[in-house]
Every structure is written in C-alpha cells, then in structure tokens.
Design a protein. Structure first.
Lengths: 319, 851, 135
C-alpha cells in the first residue's frame, strides 16, 4: 500500500503539468471546480481511511457479542447520519457552484459547430460573423459565451484547463460560459465519442491579451490576400478544393470543409493534431487517410512535384 | 373459512425404514436424473443450466477482458499503431457491451439459477424449461454479437449507441444492427430469467419460510429481478425505435424530421443506470451470504439490509440523467438527478456499515472468500466516494467522459461486482464441485488482481484530471498522458495474470482429490444441506423452515431431511414435483409438476435467434419462416408439460399434508409469470408513451393540425372493437367455468376477427390522415404505437387459438382451466394498452388542440 | 387418521392487499418516485415551454408543496408501519420468530425504515428547487 501511495503522489505531481489539465487554474469556471475537487479529495481520503480502518479493526478484533447494541448504533451514525449530512452538504455546495458558473451572456459570443471531425468556429462581431476553424482565441479575463451546435452526430466541446464541457447535439443549441484567467495555449478536445476519428478531433484554445485578441479578430475578418494568377491557387481551383473549402476573397466558397482563409496563421493542422508545417501540409494532401483515417476529404495521391509544391506554398501563405 | 396450517404441529414422521428410504431415493433418482452423453444438452434442471450459464458468462468475461488488454496495449505508448482506428472503436464498444450484457447481468442470473433453489431448499425453479430457453438465447445471441468482431463488422458506436451516430446508416454500418438485434434477443432472456427468479422467491420457498425468515440473498434476488423488469423494457422500446429508424427510415432521432437524439439517451439511461445497481446488488448479496458464515453469527441489521436493497432499487431509477449532465438540459432538471444520486449513497452506506457491525461483534475466520470480500470493500468504497464527486453537476462537467469516469466506473464495478463474485466463486466452488480450491493459488490470484487493479485504475483518475477523454484510440506525446497510460497498462496485465491464476485454480482437474465434508464452511443457509456426493434432486425431502439460518438453528434438520421425513420425499408418479407456497408465510399451496429434459427449448431458442440474426441482414422471408418455427416450438413446449391435468386432484405430500396437484388463478406460478411478464411489457409500452410526451415537451409543434390527426371516429370504432374482443375473453373464461366448453371456444375464436377489425380501423385512421412514419416524429410515433398493439394482438390471436385447441382436446376443462385464466389476464393488459394508446392518439391531441 | 390429517391450503388469493399486505414496503419509495417524477416534469415542461432564464417561481412552490404533501403521506404510512411493527420505536431488534405476528412486525419494521429513507430523499429532491432560481 505504501508503494502505491508514493506512486500515486508521483503521478499526481506529474498531473500538475499539461495543457489539458483541469487543475491548471486557467479559467474562472475551472477554478471553482478545482476548489471543489481538493475538498472532495481530502474528504474522500478521510472517509475511506475511516471506513476501511473500521472494517480492518472489526475483522481482526476478538468477538464482542456484548457490544451488539453499540454496533447497531454504529450503523445509524455511520450508515445514516454521516452520509445524510455529508452528501446533503455537498449537494447544496455543488448547486451553489453550478448557479455561479452558468451564465447566459458573455462579452464575446462564439458559435462552434461540431463536424466529423473538426470544429467550425464563428465569432459574432458587430460587423458580422467571422468564420474560422479548429482554433479558438479568447481575450483574457472576459467571459465568452459559446453557442454550440452539431450537424451530423453528437460531439462535446471541452477545454479542460478553462472549465467544464458541453455536448453539441444535432437539432439543439447548447451554451457554455468560459472566463479565461491565464494566458496560454490550452488544449481543446471532443469529449463525446463521435465515431471514426474521435480521438483526432482537437483544437487549440489560445488565451491572449484583449488588445492582441482584437487585432487578431480584425485580421481574421479580412479576406485572404491571393495574388492574381497565383500558381498554387490555380492548382487549388483545378483540383476542385473550392467545392468544399472557402477562401474568402476568392471564388472558393465551399461550405463543407473548414474555412481556409487564414489557414497558415493557425498553430495546428487537421483539427489540432499536426504542427502547421509545409511537410505536414503536403502529406495531408497526398496521404490524407494515413494522417487522419475515415475523414470525408479525399486524398490526392496523384498530386506530386511542382503542382503539390505550388499548392502547399499557396496554402502556407494564407496567413 | 380455511383451517390455518400450523406446520409446527404436524404429526411426527413415520419411523425410519431403510428399504423404503432406498426405494424412494431410487425413484427420485430416476425422475431427476440428468441425461448423459450428448443428451445432456436437453437438461433443464437448475444445477445443469446454472453451471452452463456460469461458465458461458465467464467465457464472455474472458473474451471481453482480452479485448481490454488489447485496448490497454494500444494505449500503452503515445501514437501507437498496434490497432487501427476502426478496430479500436470496435474493440472498446464490444468490451463494454460484452461486459455489461454478456457478463455482468447474465452472471447474476447464472448464480441465482444455480444457488437460489438450493438456498430455498427447493428442487428446482418453477419454470426449469424457461431457464434453459433463456440460457440458449444468451449463448446464441452472445456468440453472434462477439463473433462479429472476427469479420470486422462489430458494433463500433460505443456500448451506449448514441443516435444519430447509431441511427444514421451513413455513420454506422451492420455493427449497429448486430448490437440492436443481438442484444434485444439477449434482453429477452434476461427478462425471462427475471420472471423466473421473482416467481421463484415469491412462490417456491420452503414451507414455513415467512417473509421475515427469507435469507438476504433471496431478498436481493427478488429486488434485482424486479429492477430488471422495470429497467430492461425501456431499452427494448428504445431498440425498437432505433432499429425502425435504421431499417425503415422512421423518423425518431433525426432532428430534421422532428426527431430528437436525446430521446435515445433518456431511454438508454433509464435502463443504463438501474443496470449498474442490477449488477452491484447481486454481488453485495453474495457478501451478505458469505459474511455471516465466516463471522459465525447472523447478520446484524437484517431488516436494515432489506431496507437498503429496496431503497437502492427505487432510488436507482432516479439517477439516469446524471449520465446526461452535459447535454444542456436546464440546471434545475439536472439538479434533481444530482440530488437522487447523492441520496443513493445513504442506503448503500447502510449495507456496508451492517457488514462492519457484524464483523465487530464476532470473531471472523480468515479465508480466501473473506479476502476477496475485503478487497471488494476497499475498492468499492473508493469508487463510491468518487461517485459522490461525479454526482455533483459542476464536478461532472469536468469529469464526464474523461478517464476519471473510466476509473470511477471500474472501481465501482470491479469492487462492487467482480471481487464479490470471485469471493463467491471461492465460497461456492465446493458446493458445485464437491472439491476444494487451492487456498494458496486463491491468495496469489487475489493479490495479483488487487495490486494490478489499483495499479491500472488508480492512476487513471489522474489521467482524467489531466484531460484525457474516453474512447480515444491514440494520443500524442505532448499531451503528457504517456507515463500514466503505461502504468495503467502494466497494471492491467498484472490484473489479467491474477485472473489467469484464478481460472487455473477453478479449472484445475481435481478428479482424484477427496470430496469435501458436508457443509465445509459451517454455513447456516440451506444450500449447504446438499449431500456429498450431491444428488440431482437437490434435497432428499423439502424441509419445514422456521429460522433464518436453518443449518445453525434447526439442529436436527439435516438428519430429518436425509431420512425423508419432510415433504415430497418420494416420486411415486414419476414426475418432477415442487411445492408452491404463499407469498407471506410460505404455507404450502399445492404440488407443482414441472417439465423434464427437453429439446424444445433449444429449438425455440434457435429459431428465435435465427429471427434476430436474419433480420440483421434484412432477409425478411427467412426471418418470417423462422418466426413461424419459433411459434411452433413454443406452442409444442407449452402443449406438453404446462397446466397438465393431474391424474388425481390431490396427493399426500408427507407428514399428513395433502396438497392439490393443480392450481389456477393467482395461487399458480403460471398466473404470476404472466402477471410479471406483462408488467415488464407494460413498462416497455410506457417507454413508448414516454417518447410521445418527450417529443411533446421538447418540440413546440409536435402535434400536427387537426387535418393531420387520425380520424376520431375510426379510432373510437377501433377501440370499441378492441374492447369487445377483450370482453369475449372474459366471457370465455366465465362460460368455461360454467361448463360450456363450446361457447368458450366460440368466444375465444370470435375475438380474433374483432381484434383484427379494431386494429384495422386504427391503421385506416392513421393511413387516411396521411401519416407517414418516415415524414415526422409524430407520424412515426403514431405508427409505432399501432404497431406495438398490433404485434400484441397477433400474439393474442395465437394464444386464443391455442387455448381453444386445448379446450377442444380436453386439455383445458371447466375444472382445470389455468390456460384460459392466464389468457384473460393477458387480455387485461392488452385492453389497458389499447385504452392508453387511444388516449394518446385521439384524446390528448384533441385536448391540446382545444387549449 | 393414521397420521393423515387432511390439511386444506388457504384460499386462492395470497393476502397481498389486506391487513397482511406487503405493498406497504413499496408504498413509501413509490411516493418518493412520484414526487421525483412530478418535480422533474413540472420543471422540464416549464423550462421547455418558457425558455432558458425563466424564473422558477411557480415550479419551486409546486415542488416544495408537493414535497410537504408527500412527506405528510409518508408520515401516515409510517404511523401504519409503527402500528404493525408493534408501536414501539425500537429499531435494534431482529425479528426472527416464526409466526404471522413476527412476519407482520418485520414488514412493519422494514416499511418504517423505508419511510424514513423516502422522506429524506424527498427533502433532497426539494433542495434544488430552493437553491436554483431560474431555468
């Protein structure tokens, strides 16, 4: 048992790292749960020790038939009174936290739509909606309200470091409020099994200073800068990529796949799973289903050499 | 007024006569003998069926455990490519599905079938052929579902099968159909077992075992079987809706057509949460039986344990939404379920404190079963405490669908179910095999499993805290989950090694080892009264019980039973006989004759299995053919050996007791079986009613305008015809009792066209209003309600013709008319279904339209 | 007689409804279940039909009021249970005697305990309505 306990300690310390950690304290909502977590953990440790201690003592002790009434009183205190008080108190505390961390509005509204297996992200701004994908940037200290939907199957939107998760259900809109308290690049995940590449449905949640965020959003709202007669765009066009993908400012207006207008400004490729490098981009186009099995995008193994280079260069220029 | 039977004042037994004893034993042996060789598969006795059930469940456990090891191997290192994405999704789905449906629930039934009759001092359960039928269904369905993985078409939508992933054929293939139909088939066998066990505890107790004397194990079995009866049917209703959407494109879960994916989640978890307690309580029951033996004294707080079993059973039906905390339901709705989830900790705690109190006042003998029980306690309490955590909504928003929950659920299920079960294996092994297991290996397997388990699952809480979601087939090294996962994998393999040691210990051939002494643990419950070597008849004579722990408190009992001094010590008529007693005080009511070895049950199970399997592949003609085969086998089975007219109206049952040999109405187990089955059936129907109101609540325009509603006149006419059909059944029962067999037959058969016309009128009402089940959820709901009733009316027609034929052939007579009485009971439920359906189709829309 | 006293079994109806009823065992938890479902339905329909953020004023009072009614009903059941149990609130007794009276006392005892549990569970159900003020 001792070795188990020390192992648990080591693992626990290891658990304080990580960009998906609930206990990272990066968000207001996560911090509320963090407090709850520590209290519950300490309480559980005490109760477990008491119960198992009592059982071990009872198992080893000599028979004490004369103490039967005492044992019965033990059932009432330990089995009834204690649990009623403990869980009753916890219920009320949990409800109070629930009341505090739910909200119907925010300084910022972000619509996120779960797709198989990526995220369509739409910022509602006074100037109109700004569409991006697979990366969510948030201003520090401002409550963001996420309005969550799904097109195909159920997904679940979760940035553990910032707060709890919320399902995205076809035919419904759910909401989740998150208030970032720490700058950083936090991990986001799909938490509800959505078939196929569920494991590879990630996103980055990047918390920025509010001014930087405003600048980013303003840039994001701009159309792409595509030079007239760009060789890469020509390949993009010939291969029919525009049937699925949108690049604002060009005739590529496909609504099916992720918006690519500022693709290269994102940290990650393929819904939060690969670094945004030219090599990965080339492989993504030719060996799509090795990179991410089952996805709807067709692979273009025939696209090689110069044409591929041109396409990759073009895509990597979409900043 | 009836004369009170005072079992304590029966005349003394006749003096012992060796020749008589031997003759009686020979006759009993002949009647209860288990067929040998390949004929053994026709056996229906609980000891044979129970053993098969147990071994088959453990085989599926081993299979599902092997899948778990593959899963752990895949997750051992980041970016692993041992398993493909598609295969991983199949494996984790099958792991959960097989553990839940092919191990956890069946093992409860297996253990109960094996030991319940013996604890009750009975020779068998009241419907042995039903147990056998259930077993064969389980075997066929289980192989079908598990086998699919070898063809790469195993279900891959998760064991919870959420729509639309599972309902839309674009997102899920054959695997989803295999899951739905294969498991519906197995659910049928679970419900069959539940009916059997409820009737067993209520009606097959030994004379004198009043309610306050029932062993704790039997209370748990009663409670759990009751829970199955209310928990499984909603899932069957859900399966029906989901399969109708998959196969025929009916609009139940598609939001574009007024469906709602959340409906599936409700129906699934109304089943799924009680399911957890259906798994947990029977194992706690094993501890509640083992503990007093090693403490050498009765359980402290017997009534408290009964209280907590009943309390948990009820509360467990108020927890289902805690699996749906993140679905965006209003916080107030979530909170009710949070409250109930916290409240259920109270009765659960009481059970544990009763165990501790019992140990406190006694000197506990050390033994391998107690070692496992102790390990179970340590693990389960921890799982319970994390359960209290995840029952809080804000906490669950973080923990839900993360590895924290994986850890939590394995702590509750392995601590609450598996370890107690292994305690039971070590405890009852000598009861089944008459040999002893090795204690040394037992301790080895315990420590390997206990250590391996904690090594595997304790770190998983932290994996969850670090944000690892469930059901992912791979992760990246930068996620920081690699070390934790590697530790878990090592733990899982150590755990598996422990199980291998246990399996070796169980399966080790012990042909030459000496037999154990009788009642080797010095237990107080009746199953240890079995003679060594054991006899197929169970008990030599069925004793009179007037204590909670008869082997401790009725010192002379064993000798009296062995000498045949108690009830039914003989089998003069060459029939398998049981004593049926009353619910409250277990006064003997009558002698029930049950069927012996039979292939009919296998034929029926095979045909029913074929129906479900062929339907998966949409081979409708063959499906219908085998459906007819199933009906044929079942009728043949019922025709021979149920409600048989006895050769004499009553017989001496020993000690001066004379008991009838036939019963009808609510003193017969058959009546109770129909009543209980139909209660389950009504629960499934309530699942459909729930769906109707769920849509109405969730969708503002669920009810269409008046033009699209089924015609009121036709609906009313249909109801009138259906109720007239019901009246014919009542009249037939009365006429039969009055001696007019001809009129009774006429009324029974005459009811068939009435019902056909009635349901026809309803179909016309829906059809003429233009209701198309593929259009909207309202249309689909109306049609599924009509379909539900229609299928029941079909069954009703078959049963009416069957009973009419029984009357015609003189197998159901004015005096012996149980068949007809049971049919009437069935039609009561049918009439109720018709009235409720009418209210939903005609009255409710009218009421809402008027508002 | 020759040891062959004919003993007639009791009437066909097992006594589940009359004074020896066991239904009292499920009565109290059923009242909890009814209160639970009604509370859930009232809140669900209220919130579904009126939308998020709607104050819960009426449903709160309905839930609390129903709770009081249900607990009153359970108190009535408990009185019945105590009478069957024997009128003394001694909860530390094992009722192991083999007699109809003992069986009835046992049922009363378990029913009494279930009344306590069910009442506590109803209080738990009412708590959310008191803490949360809106949908």
């Amino acid at each position: 048992m001792k070795s188990l306990a020390s192992l648990a300690l080591v693992l626990f310390l290891a658990g304080c790292e990580g960009r998906h950690n609930w206990l990272a304290g990066a968000g207001e909502e996560a911090r509320s749960v963090e407090t709850l977590f520590w209290v519950l953990l300490a309480g559980a440790a005490v109760i477990w020790t008491l119960v198992i201690g009592a059982a071990t003592y009872a198992h080893r002790a000599e028979a004490k038939p004369e103490r039967e009434q005492e044992a019965r009183r033990f059932i009432i205190w330990g089995g009834v009174a204690l649990p009623v008080l403990v869980v009753g108190g916890l219920l009320i505390w949990g409800l109070l936290i629930l009341r505090d961390i739910t909200a119907d509005d925010g300084a910022l509204t972000v619509r996120v739509d779960g797709e198989r297996w990526w995220w369509r992200v739409i910022y509602d701004t006074p100037e109109g909606p700004v569409t991006t994908a697979n990366e969510i940037r948030l201003p520090l200290g401002e409550r963001a309200l996420f309005r969550l939907t799904a097109d195909d199957v159920i997904h679940s939107f979760w940035v553990p470091a910032l707060g709890g998760k919320m399902d995205m259900i076809p035919g419904r809109e759910t909401t989740l409020a998150l208030t970032p308290r720490e700058l950083g690049n936090w991990g986001g995940l799909c938490a509800e099994f959505c078939g196929g590449a569920h494991a590879l449905m990630r996103f980055d949640a990047i918390v920025m200073e509010p001014e930087a965020f405003d600048a980013w959003l303003a840039h994001e709202a701009q159309p792409a800068q595509v030079a007239e007669g760009d060789a890469g765009f020509a390949v993009f066009d010939e291969e029919g990529c525009g049937a699925c993908h949108t690049i604002r400012g060009t005739e590529a207006q496909g609504p099916v796949g992720p918006d690519l207008t500022h693709l290269a400004s994102r940290d990650k490729l393929g819904a939060g799973i690969y670094d945004m490098t030219a090599d990965n981009m080339a492989r993504w186009i030719t060996d799509t289903h090795e990179m991410k099995p089952d996805i709807d995008m067709p692979a273009y193994p025939g696209l090689q050499g110069e044409r591929l280079d041109a396409l990759v260069t073009f895509l990597m220029s979409l900043e | 007024m009836t004369e009170e039977i005072d079992l304590s004042k029966l005349p003394p037994a006749e003096p012992y006569d060796k020749a008589r004893d031997e003759a009686q034993r020979a006759r009993l042996m002949k009647v209860w003998e288990t067929p040998t060789g390949w004929r053994r598969i026709s056996a229906v006795n609980n000891s044979s069926v129970g053993k098969w059930y147990l071994l088959t469940s453990f085989a599926f456990f081993t299979f599902a455990g092997f899948l778990a090891l593959l899963i752990r191997a895949q997750l051992a290192v980041p970016n692993n490519d041992l398993l493909s994405q598609s295969l991983y999704n199949q494996l984790f789905t099958l792991h959960g599905t097989a553990m839940m449906f092919l191990f956890a629930v069946p093992i409860f039934e297996a253990v109960a079938i094996l030991i319940l009759p013996e604890i009750l001092g009975a020779r068998d359960l009241p419907f042995p052929r039903l147990s056998a039928f259930g077993y064969w269904c389980f075997l066929i369905g289980g192989i079908f579902v598990c086998g699919s993985v070898f063809f790469g078409v195993a279900p891959d939508g998760g064991w919870f099968m959420y729509a639309p992933l599972s309902s839309n054929p674009d997102y899920s293939g054959l695997g989803a159909d295999i899951w739905l139909l294969g498991l519906s088939f197995i659910e049928v066998s679970s419900i069959a077992a539940a009916v059997e066990l409820i009737v067993g505890v209520l009606k097959s107790r030994p004379p004198g075992m009043r309610l306050n004397l029932i062993p704790l194990y039997c209370w748990y079995v009663l409670v759990v079987a009751g829970m199955i009866l209310f928990a499984f049917p909603p899932l069957i209703a859900g399966d029906l809706l989901l399969e109708m959407e998959r196969a025929f494109d009916w609009a139940f879960f598609d939001p574009d057509r007024g469906g709602d994916p959340l409906l599936w989640q409700h129906l699934f978890w109304i089943f799924g949460h009680p399911e957890v307690y259906i798994i947990f309580l029977p194992s706690i029951a094993l501890i509640a039986t083992i503990l007093p033996t090693f403490a050498g004294r009765p359980m402290v707080g017997h009534s408290w344990i009964v209280l907590s079993a009943v309390g948990v059973a009820f509360l467990s039906f108020g927890l289902w939404v805690h699996h749906m905390f993140t679905t965006g339901l209003p916080e107030i709705s979530l909170s009710f379920f949070s409250a109930a989830s916290e409240a259920v900790a109270v009765p659960t705690g009481i059970q544990i404190f009763c165990f501790i109190a019992t140990m406190l006042v006694s000197k506990v003998r050390r033994s391998v079963p107690m070692l496992f029980a102790g390990g179970a306690l340590a693990i389960f309490v921890f799982g319970g405490l994390t359960g209290v955590m995840v029952a809080l909504v804000p906490f669950d928003w973080q923990a839900h669908d993360s590895y924290f929950v994986v850890a939590h659920l394995h702590y509750t299920l392995i601590g609450g179910m598996l370890f107690p079960l292994f305690a039971g294996v070590h405890y009852w092994y000598p009861f089944v095999t008459q040999k002893r297991m090795s204690d040394r290996l037992g301790r080895w397997s315990f420590w390997l499993m206990f250590g391996g388990f904690n090594l595997a699952f304790l770190p998983m809480h932290w994996t969850g805290v670090m944000g690892m979601p469930r059901r992912v087939w791979t992760y990246d090294v930068t996620d920081g989950w690699a070390v934790l996962n590697m530790v878990s994998t090592i733990g899982a393999f150590i755990f598996a090694a422990g199980f291998v040691v246990l399996a070796v210990n169980v399966l080790w051939p012990r042909g030459k080892a000496p037999l154990v002494e009788r009642n080797l643990w010095n237990a107080g419950t009746m199953e240890w009264s079995a003679e060594v070597p054991d006899k197929p008849w169970g008990v030599r004579s069925i004793p009179y019980i007037h204590t909670r722990y008869p082997l401790w408190e009725q010192k002379e009992l064993l000798g009296e039973m062995d000498r045949g001094e108690w009830f039914l010590p003989d089998a003069e008529e060459g029939k398998r006989e049981l004593i049926i007693t009353d619910i409250l005080d277990a006064r003997p009511l009558y002698v029930q004759r049950v069927g012996g070895p039979s292939y009919l049950t296998i034929g029926a199970a095979f045909c029913l299995g074929a129906v479900f399997i062929l339907a998966t592949f949409h081979l409708w003609t063959l499906t219908l053919l085998f459906g007819a085969g199933f009906v044929g086998f079942t009728l043949w089975w019922l025709w021979t050996g149920t409600s048989e007219i006895p050769e004499k109206p009553e017989k001496p049952a020993g000690r001066g007791l004379v008991l009838p040999t036939y019963a009808q109405g609510n003193s017969s187990p058959g009546w109770w079986a129909v009543f209980i089955t139909m209660t389950g059936d009504m629960t499934a129907f309530m699942g459909l009613v729930f769906s109707y109101f769920f849509y109405w609540t969730a969708l503002p325009d669920f009810l269409p305008g008046a033009a699209k509603l089924p015609g009121f006149g036709w609906l009313l006419l249909g109801l009138a015809l259906l109720l007239a059909g019901w009246v014919t059944a009542l009249a037939a029962r009365e006429r039969l009792a009055g001696g007019s067999t001809g009129q009774a037959m006429g009324l029974l058969v005459g009811g068939v066209p009435l019902a056909a016309l009635g349901i026809g009128a309803w179909c016309w009402a829906a059809w003429s209003a233009g209701l198309d089940p593929t259009e909207t959820s309202f249309d689909a709901t109306v049609w599924v309600l009509i379909l539900w009733l229609g299928l029941h009316l079909l069954l009703d027609a078959v049963m009416r013709l069957y009973v009419a034929a029984r009357i015609w052939r003189g197998r159901c007579t004015p005096r012996y008319r149980a068949d007809c009485v049971n049919l009437t009971l069935f039609t009561h439920f049918l009439a109720l279904t018709a009235v409720v359906t009418f209210a939903l189709l005609a009255l409710f829309p009218m009421l809402m339209g008027g508002m | 007689m020759a040891g062959r006293k004919k003993i007639v079994p009791p009437g066909e109806a097992p006594r589940v409804i009359d004074q020896g009823s066991v239904w009292i065992l499920v009565a109290a938890p059923s009242i909890w279940a009814a209160h639970f479902l009604l509370s859930y339905w009232v809140a669900a329909i209220w919130c579904a039909k009126l939308g998020r953020g709607t104050p819960l004023a009426e449903p709160r009072w309905i839930i609390a009021g129903l709770g009081v009614l249900c607990i009153a009903a359970i108190v009535g059941l408990a009185a019945l249970a105590i009478r069957r149990y024997g009128g003394v609130f001694v909860i530390f007794e094992e009722i192991t005697e083999s007699s109809e009276r003992a069986r009835d006392r046992f049922v009363g005892h378990v029913a009494l305990l279930l009344c306590v549990l069910s009442a506590a569970a109803i209080v738990f159900t009412v708590i959310p309505g008191m803490v949360l003020g809106q949908c």
